[in-house]
Write a protein that binds this ligand. Structure first.
Ligand SMILES: Cc1cc2nc3c(=O)[nH]c(=O)nc-3n(C[C@H](O)[C@H](O)[C@H](O)COP(=O)(O)OP(=O)(O)OC[C@H]3O[C@@H](n4cnc5c(N)ncnc54)[C@H](O)[C@@H]3O)c2cc1C
Length: 388
């Protein structure tokens, strides 16, 4: 259906993952005429460990006004840490972590968005994007105009490609492989294996119907991620053909300092907002989606939607600061020369394990943690860091 004068929205959100779901709900609740486009129809699958931290939960409450439906989450309060064959210890009674399937989580976000009154264009790719004319064209020829566009279309973002020429930098991107293995016993802890991949880790997340097992790390440091996955599965006693591995890029420590252009904002993975140490992305996707929508509302209220990026960058500053600190700290955990030091420091220090858990719970942030951590590190470990 070709069309001359487009239907114009205050805000168009592309992508209904955690970033787009949060953006669409926030924009619609702010009274903005909002459209939501996603190439998928919901529910849909998205490759992800589905670890939903305390931070993610509190953002979810703040943005959607309620907790995620309990039937979509499994609560865990014990975590075991490993490095290669070494058991680094198990923490019990940690602040709760939640495990979910993205099939359920994202479907819930989609339903929140439609309930908030967004115009639903899910099940439709974008055929063309004209940032100058401020128009999105759908495959059926329909033109949708926008005043502000929020690109929440994930790590391969078409919106980021349009602005910057590429969605991410291959030299800095992360990559993860996962399988769904049979369910574990109900008391199985969340399991993290440092060193299962270079500059990354392995995970086994026990859920209601399955155990999500994966490895992930910097792509450039892992020439053969499938071999790393095979070794990890063997270690966990899992028999699974390579053909069942599923892979996806993770923007692991490569966030965009300029997350958009004028009235076009990038949120979530499209803006590279994943923690470079823990790999957590869901919480930051939701938060950035919310902040992008608030920046859109602010710029529209001022009558200058092209100022949206300025407002958004200001709002993102604390998150950017935190991710910058995490990137600086990352060699402490992942540099091959420090591995031995890290293993003994982590194994012997309850403080380090608790610090890690406090990060996951969103109770502490990198800037406030960095000096505490450095002070508590054994001398040899610190020497190793500075000799690098
Ligand atoms: C293997 C792996 C494990 C992970 N484990 C965890 C974890 O345990 N916990 C955690 O917090 N984070 C984890 N992450 C990171 C997390 O998955 C992401 O950070 C998060 O999904 C980002 O959300 P988003 O909304 O930005 O993007 P996405 O969730 O990727 O959503 C993007 C949406 O955009 C749509 N889209 C894409 N292109 C187009 C287009 N051209 N037109 C229309 N629609 C489009 C897609 O269909 C999709 O619905 C993991 C990532 C990987 C790869």
């Amino acid at each position: 259906m070709a069309q001359d004068s487009p239907l114009v929205f205050d805000v168009i959100v592309i992508g209904c993952g955690p970033a787009g779901g949060a953006a669409a709900v926030t924009a619609a609740r702010a009274g903005l005429k909002t459209a939501l486009i996603d190439k998928a129809r919901f529910p849909r699958q998205k490759l992800c460990g589905g670890l939903f931290t305390g931070r993610a939960r509190s953002y979810y409450q703040e943005i959607f006004g309620e907790n995620p439906p309990p039937e979509t989450m499994i609560e865990k309060s014990s975590v075991s840490f490993w490095q290669a064959e070494t058991d680094l210890g198990t923490l019990t009674n940690v602040p709760p972590l939640y495990l979910t399937m993205r099939w359920d989580l994202d479907y819930g976000l989609y339903r929140h968005a439609t309930a908030a009154g967004v115009a639903d264009f899910t099940g439709s790719r974008i055929a063309a994007l004209d940032l100058k004319k401020k128009e999105v064209v759908l495959p059926n020829g329909q033109h949708l105009g926008f005043r502000v566009l929020i690109g929440a279309d994930g790590v391969n973002s078409a919106v980021a490609r349009q602005i910057f020429g590429s969605a991410f930098d291959h030299a800095r991107i992360g990559f993860g492989l996962e399988i769904e293995a049979p369910a574990s016993p109900p008391d199985a802890p969340v399991r993290i294996d440092f060193g299962a991949a270079h500059w990354g880790y392995g995970w086994a997340f026990p859920k209601a119907q399955s155990t999500t097992i994966g490895v992930g790390g910097l792509l450039a440091a892992n020439a053969d991620m499938k071999a790393a996955m095979g070794d990890y599965l063997q270690k966990l006693g899992q028999d699974c053909p390579e053909s069942a591995y599923k892979g996806h890029f993770i923007p692991f420590g490569d966030f965009r300092k300029t997350p958009g252009q004028g009235a076009v904002l990038l949120a979530g993975d499209a803006a590279g907002l994943v923690d470079p140490i823990t790999g957590e992305g869901i919480a930051f996707a939701m938060k950035s989606g919310q902040l992008a929508a608030l920046a859109a509302a602010q710029s529209l209220a001022s009558g200058d939607p092209d100022k949206a990026l300025t407002a958004y960058r200001d709002a993102l500053r604390p998150l950017h600061r935190s991710l910058r600190w995490a990137t600086r700290l990352r060699p402490l955990l992942f540099h091959p020369r420090l591995e031995r030091h890290f293993r003994s420091a982590f194994q012997n220090s309850q403080n380090m394990k608790h610090a890690y858990m406090e990060l996951m719970a969103g109770e502490r942030d990198y800037p406030e943690l960095v000096w505490t951590l450095l002070k508590r590190l054994p001398h040899a470990y610190r020497r190793g860091l500075f000799r690098r």
